[in-house]
Design a protein around this ligand. Structure first.
Ligand code: ATP
Ligand code: GLN
Length: 146
């Protein structure tokens, strides 16, 4: 598996070691997005079924077939992915590339600074807690430099 390359880090404000990439996307694109992320070594992901109202407004998903929505909210999936700062741009680029149809309703991505990460099982904090087994660090020790 390729590793997520360190990017030139833009000056996100406020500055943090970790960020949460929060993407509101079309439900039927989630599988493709999460497998693309997994190929990059991003394996910590949380998803929730949500409903929202944006430019798409109350227009139902065409792919939703016969489903009729009484209220004006459209079914979406929220993906939350906490990554280290140097992974942010690659994750945003990948999500945008895979989730885009070009039609209204493709979604939006929010970037949120994260103060700390705590792994409940071990009590680890910070980088130790954020790092996933089989993630970037493990891969970079087994992948020869390009
Ligand atoms: P452990 O090593 O104790 O299993 P872990 O780091 O693998 O810990 P889990 O306990 O498997 O973490 O994670 C629980 C849940 O936390 C996951 O199912 C996922 O929803 C969420 N999660 C974990 N890491 C991230 C992350 N980096 N970004 C977003 N969500 C995450
Ligand atoms: N930064 C972690 C790693 O490189 C991956 C984070 C994630 O999977 N969300 O191991």
């Amino acid at each position: 598996l390729p590793i997520v390359r360190a990017q030139s880090s833009p000056d996100y404000t406020p500055d943090a070691q970790f960020y949460k990439v929060e993407a509101i996307l079309r439900p039927w694109r989630i599988q493709q997005v999460s497998s693309a992320l997994l190929k990059m070594g991003i394996r910590g992901v949380t998803v929730s079924d949500v409903r929202g109202f944006g430019a798409q407004g109350g227009s139902p998903e065409r792919q939703a077939g016969s489903e009729f929505s009484e209220d004006k909210f459209v079914a979406k999936v929220k993906m939350e992915i906490v990554v280290s700062k140097d992974q942010v741009e690659a994750v945003i680029d990948k999500i945008s590339e895979v989730a885009r149809t070009g039609e209204i309703g493709d979604g939006k991505i929010f970037l949120v600074p994260i103060s700390d990460v705590i792994r409940v099982r071990t009590g680890e904090r910070g980088e130790l807690a954020e790092r996933m087994t089989g993630g970037r660090t493990d891969m970079s020790t087994t992948t020869p430099p390009a």
